[in-house]
Design a protein around this ligand. Structure first.
Ligand code: AHM
Ligand code: MG
Length: 339
């Protein structure tokens, strides 16, 4: 039995060991990708520490500036964004970063050394920070086309469909800090042990239950949902269906985390206020869809698979419906009656 197996038996595998273990299964891997992911896990530990001390450090509240969507940036949004920027900039292999908090992508390196693109929502659900509700970080990793290494149009490098993601993940800063990631070989989950500052393996190859008992949606928007979505939600409340229980936090990462572990469905469809949906394709829907599919779930925009959408702009929005196969099948049945 090798040293890693002994550690695994003792239940003490860190995320760095896990990533390296996966890398060794690919003999041609250079370690460059693992090095990039360790930049993200470093940022996650720093952001987690800041979130935990938010009240003490007086960093709650607005930073006084708006981001590209006209939303007030929270102080922690700005800090989280800066932390990810700094942790990724020194990896040496990240060519471009793009974020909810940055108007345009930032080019960190050109040429072959800048092979990877990292796109992130540094602090999702940040309007919940001041009331001490769970928030999260979401990330997506893509590879630059070699043909694009030396041109300067970073936006066109970034605009790739979600099925081309090399990796994706999220960190939820909840009652504990949990990180979930995939490199397309299943979904793995880690819990941060704050006493030693290490993410410890909690669950390998996580599977979303085939069905669940929760539906998760902002029902304040009910009147402007499409008839198919309305019928589905009505069905959720029938005796025949269970009925389901409603759960909605208003933080995508936390709502998805519960849906992943407990099953059921999360919906943020088109509304009168946001006809194209509210959530962002590149750094919210795509990574969440990749993770969901890796765990046996599904993710659509109500018409088709999220991962096949061709993006047209970095901050593009999309409807997002993600969940267990049984609920997604019922939803698709209701939606198909509208077309
Ligand atoms: P943010 O990225 O600006 O924090 O906004 C995204 C958040 C998601 O976390 C959540 O699912 C959604 O907005 C909640 O929106 P609403 O308050 O309209 O229900
Ligand atoms: Mg967000």
């Amino acid at each position: 039995m090798c040293a890693t197996d002994v550690r695994r038996e003792s239940g003490l595998i860190t995320i760095e060991e896990h990533i390296l273990g996966r890398q060794s299964a690919h003999p041609t891997a250079t370690g460059s990708f693992s090095w990039l992911l360790s930049g993200i896990t470093l940022a996650a530990r720093i952001i987690s520490a800041k979130v935990r001390r938010a009240g003490i450090l007086d960093i709650l509240g607005d930073a006084g500036e708006s981001n590209i969507h006209g939303e007030q940036q929270q102080k922690l949004d700005v800090l989280a964004n800066k932390t990810l920027e700094l942790c990724l900039a020194y990896r040496g292999n990240v060519g471009i970063i793009a974020s909810e908090e940055l108007d345009e992508p930032t080019v960190l390196a050109t040429g072959a050394s800048g092979r990877y693109i990292v796109i992130f929502d540094p602090l999702d659900g940040s309007s919940n920070i001041d009331v001490n509700v769970s928030v999260g970080t979401i990330f997506s990793v893509l590879e630059r086309e070699p043909a694009g290494f030396n041109h300067h149009d970073a936006v066109s490098d970034v605009l790739q469909p979600g099925h081309r993601q090399l990796a994706a993940g999220y960190i939820v800063y909840g009652s504990s800090t949990v990180l979930a990631y995939t490199v397309g070989e299943g979904l793995h989950m880690f819990t941060l042990d704050p006493s030693v500052g290490a993410f410890i393996l909690a669950n390998e190859n996580v599977r979303m239950p085939e069905t669940g008992k929760y539906f998760s949606v902002n029902e304040g928007n009910y009147n402007s949902f499409s008839p198919g979505i309305q019928r589905f939600l009505q069905w959720c409340k029938t005796e025949e269906a269970g009925p389901y229980s409603a759960r909605y936090i208003g933080s995508l990462v936390a709502d998805f985390h519960r849906t992943l572990l407990r099953g059921g469905i999360f919906l943020y469809p088109s509304t009168a206020k946001a006809p194209g949906g509210k959530l962002r394709l590149m750094y919210e829907a795509n990574p969440i869809a990749f993770l969901a599919e890796q765990a046996g779930g599904e993710a659509t925009d109500g018409r088709g698979r999220i991962l096949e959408k061709i993006p047209t702009s970095l901050h593009e929005r999309t409807p997002l419906i993600v969940g267990s196969p049984a609920e997604m099948e019922r939803l698709n049945r209701e939606m198909s009656q509208d077309s």
